[in-house]
Design a protein around this ligand. Structure first.
Ligand code: NAP
Length: 263
């Protein structure tokens, strides 16, 4: 059986580890050629090797890095891109009064500017692929349940993820209005076991927000199905949104969170 993403070219950011690495693997499994993008070149290389894809060092906050990626696509794929997954993101856990303006700006530069830049600079490549294929290209932006409800001590992160939610809806409206067949959706993961969540759990422990004897049990207990999510749970959602099965799906918030925001 042909893969659900056969013959498609996909760029996945933050693909060096965690959720992004699993999205890259799942898309490759479904037949996509994956360009694994990360600020961590070694991580991106190792995931690209596993996927039979290619790797590229890109700092998503740097416009010139995105331009260089667009040039690579022009050389390698006639400037066409079927799937863009904007997954790279960073966290910051601290009380609001302790944020410096620089810390606020550097988080926004990655979590929000990075997605704006990728979407703007690769619009032409996404539109060309859709036209050549006679279908639609797909952008999947990784937000968070923190883009729907607020976590304590995470003002910048919560705000950035709310922006990703609305940026995605805005593009879902703007691209078709400009004549481009590009769909755009956001995914809102709950607690997913990755290096980022491990860092956050350490910070919550330090802030006295979790019990020392069983912090992971306490995190699992926060959602109705009382279990942690795994990167594959998010990867399967991303594959669906990227595939032609989702041809009529744009502007949605796909919440994958074990019921956390249903409470
Ligand atoms: P992760 O384990 O920290 O992985 C993120 C990857 O992005 C890392 O390889 C990181 O590289 C890379 N990265 C960081 N800054 C970058 C930049 N400027 N340019 C390019 N790559 C960059 O995080 P994750 O848990 O997989 O999270 C992935 C996405 O899901 C994030 O947007 C996160 O906000 C979102 N999310 C995660 C959870 C969760 O529970 N894990 C829940 C909701 C939403 P370095 O390692 O070198 O920094």
């Amino acid at each position: 059986m042909a893969g659900r993403l056969a013959d498609k070219m996909a760029v996945v950011t933050g693909a060096g580890r965690g959720i992004g690495a699993q999205i890259a693997r799942a898309m490759a499994r479904e037949g996509a050629h994956v360009i694994a993008v990360d600020i961590d070149e070694e991580g991106a290389n190792s995931v690209a090797r596993e996927c039979g894809g290619t790797a590229r060092r890109v700092d998503v906050a740097r416009e010139e890095d995105w331009q260089a990626l667009a040039e690579l696509l022009s050389r390698q794929n006639a400037g066409k891109l079927d799937i863009l997954v904007n997954n790279a993101g960073i966290e910051c856990v601290k009380p609001t009064a302790e944020y410096s303006l620089d810390e606020w700006r550097s988080l926004m530069a990655i979590n929000v500017d990075g997605i704006f830049l990728g979407c703007r600079i690769l619009t032409g490549a996404l539109a060309s692929a859709a036209q050549a294929r006679g279908g639609s290209s797909s952008v999947v932006n990784i937000s968070s349940i923190a883009g729907l409800v607020a976590y304590p001590n995470q003002l910048a992160y919560n705000t950035s993820k709310g922006a990703v939610r609305h940026l995605s809806k805005s593009l879902a409206v703007d691209w078709p209005a400009a004549g481009h067949s590009i769909r755009c959706n956001s995914i809102h993961p709950g607690f997913i076991r990755t290096p980022m969540l491990e860092e956050v759990v350490d910070e919550w422990l330090e802030a006295g927000l979790l019990p020392r004897d069983d912090p992971w049990g306490a995190v699992s207990a926060m959602c109705p199905i009382k279990t942690l999510g795994m990167p594959e749970d998010i990867a399967l959602g991303a594959v669906y949104l990227a595939s032609d099965e989702a041809r009529f799906v744009t502007g949605i918030e796909l919440v994958i969170d074990g019921g956390y925001v249903a409470q």
